[in-house]
Design a protein around this ligand. Structure first.
Ligand SMILES: C[S@@+](CC[C@H](N)C(=O)[O-])C[C@H]1O[C@@H](n2cnc3c(N)ncnc32)[C@H](O)[C@@H]1O
Length: 277
Protein backbone atom coordinates (compact mmCIF):
# COMPACT_ATOMS: atom_id res chain seq x y z
CA UNK A 1 0.00 0.00 0.00
CA UNK A 2 1.74 3.20 -1.19
CA UNK A 3 0.71 6.42 0.47
CA UNK A 4 3.16 8.65 -1.43
CA UNK A 5 1.82 11.52 -3.53
CA UNK A 6 1.73 10.91 -7.28
CA UNK A 7 3.18 13.62 -9.54
CA UNK A 8 0.91 16.00 -11.48
CA UNK A 9 -0.46 14.57 -14.72
CA UNK A 10 0.49 16.82 -17.66
CA UNK A 11 -2.59 18.18 -19.46
CA UNK A 12 -3.42 17.17 -23.02
CA UNK A 13 -2.00 19.63 -25.56
CA UNK A 14 -4.35 22.22 -27.05
CA UNK A 15 -6.94 21.89 -24.28
CA UNK A 16 -8.11 24.61 -21.87
CA UNK A 17 -6.19 22.82 -19.11
CA UNK A 18 -2.96 23.11 -21.09
CA UNK A 19 -3.46 26.90 -21.34
CA UNK A 20 -4.41 27.33 -17.67
CA UNK A 21 -2.07 28.39 -14.90
CA UNK A 22 -2.35 26.26 -11.75
CA UNK A 23 -1.37 29.16 -9.44
CA UNK A 24 -4.04 31.45 -10.91
CA UNK A 25 -6.63 28.69 -10.43
CA UNK A 26 -5.40 28.13 -6.85
CA UNK A 27 -5.63 31.80 -5.91
CA UNK A 28 -9.15 32.03 -7.38
CA UNK A 29 -10.49 28.93 -5.65
CA UNK A 30 -8.56 28.47 -2.42
CA UNK A 31 -7.60 31.90 -1.16
CA UNK A 32 -9.63 34.84 0.17
CA UNK A 33 -6.76 37.10 1.19
CA UNK A 34 -8.96 40.16 1.71
CA UNK A 35 -11.13 38.51 4.34
CA UNK A 36 -8.13 36.78 5.90
CA UNK A 37 -6.19 39.99 6.35
CA UNK A 38 -9.32 41.74 7.71
CA UNK A 39 -9.60 39.04 10.37
CA UNK A 40 -5.92 39.09 11.29
CA UNK A 41 -5.64 42.87 11.39
CA UNK A 42 -8.76 43.28 13.56
CA UNK A 43 -7.84 40.40 15.88
CA UNK A 44 -4.28 41.64 16.46
CA UNK A 45 -5.62 45.13 17.29
CA UNK A 46 -8.16 43.66 19.73
CA UNK A 47 -5.58 41.43 21.42
CA UNK A 48 -2.71 43.92 21.59
CA UNK A 49 -4.35 47.36 21.61
CA UNK A 50 -2.24 48.54 18.68
CA UNK A 51 -2.06 47.93 14.96
CA UNK A 52 0.36 45.34 13.66
CA UNK A 53 2.95 46.63 11.19
CA UNK A 54 5.24 43.76 10.32
CA UNK A 55 3.99 40.42 9.03
CA UNK A 56 5.83 37.26 8.05
CA UNK A 57 3.93 34.85 5.83
CA UNK A 58 5.37 31.38 6.30
CA UNK A 59 4.77 28.85 3.49
CA UNK A 60 3.90 31.95 1.45
CA UNK A 61 3.63 30.28 -1.97
CA UNK A 62 2.78 33.08 -4.40
CA UNK A 63 2.81 35.66 -1.55
CA UNK A 64 -0.71 36.79 -2.34
CA UNK A 65 -1.42 37.43 1.35
CA UNK A 66 1.81 39.40 1.89
CA UNK A 67 0.86 41.61 -1.06
CA UNK A 68 -2.53 42.29 0.52
CA UNK A 69 -0.79 43.24 3.79
CA UNK A 70 1.43 45.90 2.19
CA UNK A 71 -1.54 47.28 0.21
CA UNK A 72 -3.45 47.88 3.44
CA UNK A 73 -1.36 50.65 5.07
CA UNK A 74 1.77 52.62 4.30
CA UNK A 75 3.31 51.48 7.60
CA UNK A 76 2.88 47.78 6.78
CA UNK A 77 5.82 45.58 5.84
CA UNK A 78 5.75 41.91 4.83
CA UNK A 79 8.18 39.10 4.33
CA UNK A 80 7.13 35.92 2.56
CA UNK A 81 9.06 32.72 3.26
CA UNK A 82 8.92 29.63 1.07
CA UNK A 83 11.53 27.10 0.00
CA UNK A 84 10.24 26.69 -3.56
CA UNK A 85 11.92 29.25 -5.84
CA UNK A 86 9.56 28.44 -8.69
CA UNK A 87 6.50 29.47 -6.72
CA UNK A 88 8.28 32.58 -5.37
CA UNK A 89 9.19 33.57 -8.94
CA UNK A 90 5.55 33.19 -9.96
CA UNK A 91 4.58 35.46 -7.06
CA UNK A 92 7.18 38.06 -8.09
CA UNK A 93 6.04 38.05 -11.68
CA UNK A 94 2.29 38.06 -11.06
CA UNK A 95 1.57 39.47 -7.60
CA UNK A 96 4.47 41.72 -6.62
CA UNK A 97 4.57 43.11 -10.15
CA UNK A 98 1.07 44.54 -9.61
CA UNK A 99 2.11 46.52 -6.52
CA UNK A 100 3.10 50.16 -6.81
CA UNK A 101 6.67 51.27 -6.16
CA UNK A 102 6.10 52.13 -2.52
CA UNK A 103 4.27 48.86 -1.78
CA UNK A 104 7.02 46.90 -3.50
CA UNK A 105 9.64 48.57 -1.30
CA UNK A 106 7.86 47.15 1.77
CA UNK A 107 7.78 43.47 0.77
CA UNK A 108 10.52 40.86 0.56
CA UNK A 109 10.36 37.24 -0.54
CA UNK A 110 12.86 34.85 0.95
CA UNK A 111 13.75 31.40 -0.31
CA UNK A 112 14.21 29.51 2.94
CA UNK A 113 12.95 26.64 5.01
CA UNK A 114 10.63 28.20 7.61
CA UNK A 115 12.66 26.48 10.32
CA UNK A 116 15.87 28.14 9.19
CA UNK A 117 14.73 31.67 8.43
CA UNK A 118 16.38 34.10 10.83
CA UNK A 119 15.15 37.53 9.76
CA UNK A 120 14.03 40.46 11.92
CA UNK A 121 11.32 39.99 14.55
CA UNK A 122 7.78 40.62 13.35
CA UNK A 123 4.39 41.44 14.91
CA UNK A 124 2.48 38.71 13.09
CA UNK A 125 3.41 35.31 11.68
CA UNK A 126 0.90 33.54 9.44
CA UNK A 127 0.96 29.86 8.53
CA UNK A 128 -2.19 29.51 6.46
CA UNK A 129 -4.01 26.94 4.44
CA UNK A 130 -3.11 24.28 6.95
CA UNK A 131 0.58 24.40 5.99
CA UNK A 132 1.80 23.51 9.51
CA UNK A 133 0.45 20.00 8.85
CA UNK A 134 3.64 19.22 6.90
CA UNK A 135 5.13 18.47 10.32
CA UNK A 136 4.18 14.85 10.91
CA UNK A 137 5.13 14.55 14.57
CA UNK A 138 4.12 16.56 17.61
CA UNK A 139 7.80 17.15 18.29
CA UNK A 140 8.39 18.52 14.79
CA UNK A 141 5.34 20.77 15.00
CA UNK A 142 6.28 22.00 18.49
CA UNK A 143 9.74 22.87 17.16
CA UNK A 144 8.22 24.90 14.31
CA UNK A 145 5.87 26.74 16.68
CA UNK A 146 8.76 27.45 19.10
CA UNK A 147 10.91 28.76 16.21
CA UNK A 148 8.05 31.00 15.07
CA UNK A 149 7.53 32.25 18.64
CA UNK A 150 11.20 33.26 18.84
CA UNK A 151 10.78 35.28 15.64
CA UNK A 152 7.90 37.36 17.08
CA UNK A 153 8.20 40.76 18.76
CA UNK A 154 7.42 40.75 22.51
CA UNK A 155 3.69 41.22 21.88
CA UNK A 156 3.66 39.31 18.59
CA UNK A 157 0.92 36.84 17.56
CA UNK A 158 1.02 33.66 15.48
CA UNK A 159 -2.06 32.88 13.38
CA UNK A 160 -2.83 29.50 11.84
CA UNK A 161 -5.94 27.93 10.38
CA UNK A 162 -7.13 24.36 10.83
CA UNK A 163 -9.84 22.11 9.44
CA UNK A 164 -11.72 19.15 10.81
CA UNK A 165 -15.09 17.50 11.26
CA UNK A 166 -15.87 13.87 10.50
CA UNK A 167 -15.68 14.39 6.72
CA UNK A 168 -12.00 15.26 7.03
CA UNK A 169 -11.23 11.68 7.99
CA UNK A 170 -12.87 10.25 4.89
CA UNK A 171 -11.36 9.47 1.50
CA UNK A 172 -13.70 11.71 -0.48
CA UNK A 173 -13.67 14.25 -3.31
CA UNK A 174 -15.54 17.52 -3.08
CA UNK A 175 -16.10 19.86 -6.02
CA UNK A 176 -16.85 23.56 -6.28
CA UNK A 177 -17.78 25.28 -9.53
CA UNK A 178 -16.11 28.51 -10.59
CA UNK A 179 -16.71 30.52 -13.75
CA UNK A 180 -13.85 29.03 -15.74
CA UNK A 181 -13.22 25.69 -14.04
CA UNK A 182 -14.34 23.26 -11.36
CA UNK A 183 -12.14 22.91 -8.30
CA UNK A 184 -11.73 19.43 -6.79
CA UNK A 185 -10.53 18.84 -3.24
CA UNK A 186 -9.49 15.19 -3.17
CA UNK A 187 -8.81 13.51 0.16
CA UNK A 188 -7.10 10.54 -1.45
CA UNK A 189 -5.76 8.70 1.62
CA UNK A 190 -6.23 8.84 5.35
CA UNK A 191 -4.36 6.56 7.71
CA UNK A 192 -6.06 6.36 11.12
CA UNK A 193 -2.99 4.83 12.76
CA UNK A 194 -0.51 7.58 11.91
CA UNK A 195 -2.90 10.44 11.10
CA UNK A 196 -1.19 10.72 7.69
CA UNK A 197 -3.35 12.30 5.02
CA UNK A 198 -2.75 12.65 1.28
CA UNK A 199 -4.74 15.34 -0.52
CA UNK A 200 -4.77 16.67 -4.07
CA UNK A 201 -6.23 19.67 -5.80
CA UNK A 202 -7.42 19.07 -9.37
CA UNK A 203 -9.02 21.53 -11.80
CA UNK A 204 -11.46 20.55 -14.57
CA UNK A 205 -12.24 22.87 -17.45
CA UNK A 206 -15.26 23.45 -19.70
CA UNK A 207 -13.81 21.27 -22.49
CA UNK A 208 -13.56 18.42 -19.94
CA UNK A 209 -9.77 18.68 -19.80
CA UNK A 210 -8.03 18.33 -16.45
CA UNK A 211 -5.12 19.68 -14.46
CA UNK A 212 -4.84 16.50 -12.42
CA UNK A 213 -2.93 16.65 -9.14
CA UNK A 214 -2.08 20.33 -9.73
CA UNK A 215 -1.17 20.45 -6.02
CA UNK A 216 -0.53 17.64 -3.56
CA UNK A 217 -0.24 17.65 0.21
CA UNK A 218 1.13 14.99 2.52
CA UNK A 219 -0.12 16.01 5.91
CA UNK A 220 -0.64 14.82 9.45
CA UNK A 221 -4.13 15.60 10.68
CA UNK A 222 -4.08 17.22 14.10
CA UNK A 223 -7.13 17.78 16.27
CA UNK A 224 -7.88 21.15 17.87
CA UNK A 225 -7.08 19.97 21.42
CA UNK A 226 -3.71 18.72 20.14
CA UNK A 227 -2.96 22.01 18.38
CA UNK A 228 -3.80 24.08 21.45
CA UNK A 229 -1.65 21.82 23.64
CA UNK A 230 1.30 21.94 21.26
CA UNK A 231 1.10 25.74 20.99
CA UNK A 232 1.20 26.02 24.80
CA UNK A 233 4.05 23.49 24.96
CA UNK A 234 5.97 25.67 22.49
CA UNK A 235 5.70 28.56 24.95
CA UNK A 236 2.71 30.50 23.60
CA UNK A 237 0.10 31.98 25.92
CA UNK A 238 -3.58 32.74 25.45
CA UNK A 239 -4.30 30.41 22.54
CA UNK A 240 -7.72 31.27 21.08
CA UNK A 241 -9.84 29.29 18.63
CA UNK A 242 -12.13 31.30 16.32
CA UNK A 243 -15.25 29.41 15.20
CA UNK A 244 -17.27 30.46 12.16
CA UNK A 245 -20.76 31.90 12.63
CA UNK A 246 -23.82 30.56 10.78
CA UNK A 247 -25.84 32.31 8.10
CA UNK A 248 -29.41 32.07 9.38
CA UNK A 249 -30.91 31.76 5.90
CA UNK A 250 -28.63 29.13 4.39
CA UNK A 251 -27.43 27.35 7.52
CA UNK A 252 -23.90 27.59 6.04
CA UNK A 253 -20.87 29.36 7.48
CA UNK A 254 -21.08 33.16 7.22
CA UNK A 255 -17.36 33.93 7.05
CA UNK A 256 -17.40 35.68 10.46
CA UNK A 257 -15.04 34.09 12.99
CA UNK A 258 -15.37 34.70 16.76
CA UNK A 259 -13.51 33.40 19.81
CA UNK A 260 -15.13 30.19 21.06
CA UNK A 261 -14.52 27.68 23.82
CA UNK A 262 -16.87 25.07 22.37
CA UNK A 263 -17.74 24.05 18.82
CA UNK A 264 -20.38 21.95 17.10
CA UNK A 265 -20.32 18.53 15.49
CA UNK A 266 -20.25 19.96 11.96
CA UNK A 267 -19.25 17.44 9.26
CA UNK A 268 -16.60 19.90 8.02
CA UNK A 269 -15.33 23.07 9.63
CA UNK A 270 -12.48 25.55 9.31
CA UNK A 271 -11.21 27.64 12.21
CA UNK A 272 -8.48 30.17 12.90
CA UNK A 273 -6.23 30.06 15.94
CA UNK A 274 -4.23 32.89 17.45
CA UNK A 275 -1.35 32.28 19.87
CA UNK A 276 0.31 35.13 21.76
CA UNK A 277 4.00 35.35 22.57
C1 LIG B 1 -0.40 24.93 1.09
S1 LIG B 1 0.81 25.98 0.27
C2 LIG B 1 0.40 27.43 1.14
C3 LIG B 1 0.24 28.61 0.27
C4 LIG B 1 -0.28 29.85 0.97
N1 LIG B 1 0.35 30.07 2.24
C5 LIG B 1 -1.77 29.83 1.14
O1 LIG B 1 -2.24 30.28 2.19
O2 LIG B 1 -2.51 29.44 0.26
C6 LIG B 1 2.27 25.38 0.95
C7 LIG B 1 3.59 26.09 0.57
O3 LIG B 1 4.52 25.78 1.61
C8 LIG B 1 5.80 25.62 1.04
N2 LIG B 1 6.59 24.84 2.01
C9 LIG B 1 6.37 23.56 2.43
N3 LIG B 1 7.25 23.23 3.39
C10 LIG B 1 8.04 24.33 3.62
C11 LIG B 1 9.12 24.61 4.51
N4 LIG B 1 9.56 23.70 5.38
N5 LIG B 1 9.68 25.82 4.47
C12 LIG B 1 9.24 26.76 3.59
N6 LIG B 1 8.22 26.55 2.72
C13 LIG B 1 7.62 25.35 2.73
C14 LIG B 1 5.56 24.98 -0.30
O4 LIG B 1 6.63 25.23 -1.19
C15 LIG B 1 4.23 25.64 -0.72
O5 LIG B 1 4.46 26.76 -1.55
Amino acid sequence: MSFAAKPPRPPTKGTLASKADRHTCYEMSVQAVDAEIDMIDETFTTLRGRRAKTLREDFCGTANTSCEWVRRRKANRAIGVDYDQQVLDWGLEHNLARLDKNQKSRITLQNSDVLEFGGKKVDVILAMNFSFQIFHTREGLRHYFATAREALTDDGVLFIDAFGGHESYREIKEKTKYKKFTYYWDQAKYDPITGYMLCYIHFRFKDRSWLKRAFSYEWRMYTLPELQEILYEAGFSNVIVYWEGTDEETGEGNGEYSPAEHGEDDPAWIVYLSAEK
